[in-house]
Write a protein that binds this ligand. Sequence first.
Ligand code: GLC
Length: 818
Amino acid sequence: MEDNILNPKIVANEIVKEEEDFRHLNNPADGIKPITKKYLGVPTHVDKIGNKFYFTDGDAKVEIVVVNIEIIRVRLAPHGVFLPDFSYAVPELKHKHVPVELIENDTEFIVSTGKVNCHIRKADFFISFSDSNNVVTSSDAKAMHWEENTKFGGYYVFSTKECHADENFFGLGDKPTELNLRGKRLTNWNTDAYSFGWNQDPLYRSIPFYISVNEGIAHGIFFDNTFKAYFDFGSEDKTKTSFWADGGELQYYYIHGPHMMDVVKSYHILTGTHPMPPIWALGYHQCRWSYYPEAKLRAVAKGFRANKIPCDALYLDIDYMDGYRCFTWNRKYFPEPKKMIQELAADGFKTVVIIDPGIRVDDNYPVFKEGKQNNYFCRRSDDYFMEGHVWPGRCQFPDFTNPEVREWWGGLFDELVEMGVAGVWNDMNEPAVFGSGTFPDDVRHQYDGYRGSHRKAHNVYGMQMVRATYEGLRNIRKNKRPFTITRAGYSGLQRYASVWTGDNVASWEHLKLGNIQCQRLSMSGIPFCGTDIGGFSGEPDGELFTRWIQAGAFSPFMRAHSAGDTKEREPWSFGEPYTTINRKFIELRYRLLPYLYSTFWEHHRYGFPILRPVVMQEQHVLKNHFRQDEFTYGDKILICPVLEPGQKSRMVYLPHGNWYNFWTQEVVTGGEEVNVPTPLETIPVFIKAGSVIPEYPVMQYTGEFAIEEVKLNVYYSDYEANSFFFEDHGESFAYEQDIYSEKKFVVNGDERSLHIQQSMEGLYTPRYDNYHFNVIGLPFTPSKITVDSKEVTDFSVSDEKVLEFKFSKTFKTIQIHK
Ligand code: GLC
């Protein structure tokens, strides 16, 4: 033991006073007592290798890596030896070669990119960050510290930073609590949390990324550590923010703002964005545990078409399998699956099937046999197989952290794809085990060659499972985009899958919670997210279900799902007036599909989140740090779901600027709360002035018929505003070869005229010829319209003062005059 030998200062500081911070370490099961934390001493030496700087106190080493001018990574090696630089979240650290300066003065070393300065204080190794105006944005409240783990080896690692009076915190994935995390202590450990409750922690996913906003300036911390990890945002001590983990390296990225949006975009530079989904995946999905036998599934399909409610995807939950054995079919319930899937497809339904990680121990089951022969299943420390009970009974579990296993697993989808299965749903991949909850700590994992116990691999297991699924589908389907959905995951999972928030409950509280969880997931790097609409367990009444459909119409992922012991839960199950309203909102989803698809492109290409809480628009307004109901969908449409029963109206905050009430087209000036009527038929929806919102005709499923013209809804504004409109084939990866069309519209008006300009990028030409313009909110009666200097004479103005005309989609400039 080299307790307290780092330097005399540490001894003098008396380590004991820090111990109350992290009581979890006193868990007697760990057998680790007493706590003896060690702190960095005094930095005495510095080395530079390229963009990496090494500071040491004679024993421990700290590495400072300049990733780009806005991102700096900090790593600690307690005894000077770093672990290999490997991360599932950051597959490739894309260093940008930027000029970096190392400045030394009497009190500190400073690594400066020009935009961010990383200060290393000479007296005590405290690390802080400042911006180019020398505003300190983040600073250590204690030197980085650690505690030796005598049971497993390695260290418990800790970082503690200052927390300011008005500093607020956001992010961390799907924590079921207030959007603002100030005052909370939270844990990352993927957990199957059936019927979870408000403030229950942890849940299914671990996203160790948060954003701080203090005095209007944002920065992010991404603590890339897969072990059980903890975050304290001024909970134990309101002047301190800490994060720590039960193992691995103290390794974090400081991500510069100053805007929250800059932080999120930079986080995506590190961890990647979601690839473009097949466009059908943005339609409405209907799920249940379970639709069987085949006749039941077909009746549901028929119900959609008979009720004229659009739907693109139907799901098969575990009962489609033979004894819950993955990659098999229960032939009693589904005698001819291929025929059924193909007939559903002919009627516009994609079939999505569930696949869990537990493989039944059964020597007559080919998947088990193959896995066993090839040694693909996880083992315990003393070489016994990891066994546990899940749906199929006694199971073993593939080690998805082994690339060879991932490849094998990906190949297993061959037959399902050949049958026409269009998407795969990975569940129970926390991994969940009945009784014990999950695997014991000592299970070994290959971890892409960087071996470790389940303590290290637990939080990435689900992500690596869905990665194997995604990559397998991509290989088998050649150039077709896979659709995958996962319950568990870790930072970076967005490169492989969409997510849903797990087993929620049919209650108003859960509708509220889901609204927060989706916003939070979105700003934590997981754009393609949704809840089980209606609530998984329990029974919603018609009102709750309809309010959930209305909110879900603006979720990036829209799926109704329910447990097997509940009543029927299709959009028509509650009778009138609910069916009509549900239909109207699902139709609205399809009308706005090109807008959502364009927003997805903005995410994929530029790293913008799809849902943006109000605080992301106006982080300098402290009050906005506490708003969590309203959000924007993309940056043009503001939504505020109705989250209470019987609510006839509600207050909605609109950020600054002018907004159009989508239903009445009345203009409202933002910057304050407005009272909005909320009869059951509507929820508050506002469109930002200056927006161009593309609209498709209502279809019963995507691609039902060829689009003949696209509506462009242009909302007048007296300031300049930009909009995007993205289109492509909707199914292939051709967009990677620039086969897409990205249009940019610029709208600008004054009292007498409105100008609309269009520019285009990409090599894709949509089939339709014309745009149907709907110009809303003109403050004058139009008398003359010129497009690319040709006059348009055929136009009309409706009673609602909407100007309508048509013109070729290739227009460049439109001028509308009084
Ligand atoms: C889990 C899933 C749920 C699914 C059920 C049966 O509870 O979260 O969505 O329906 O398992 O597969």
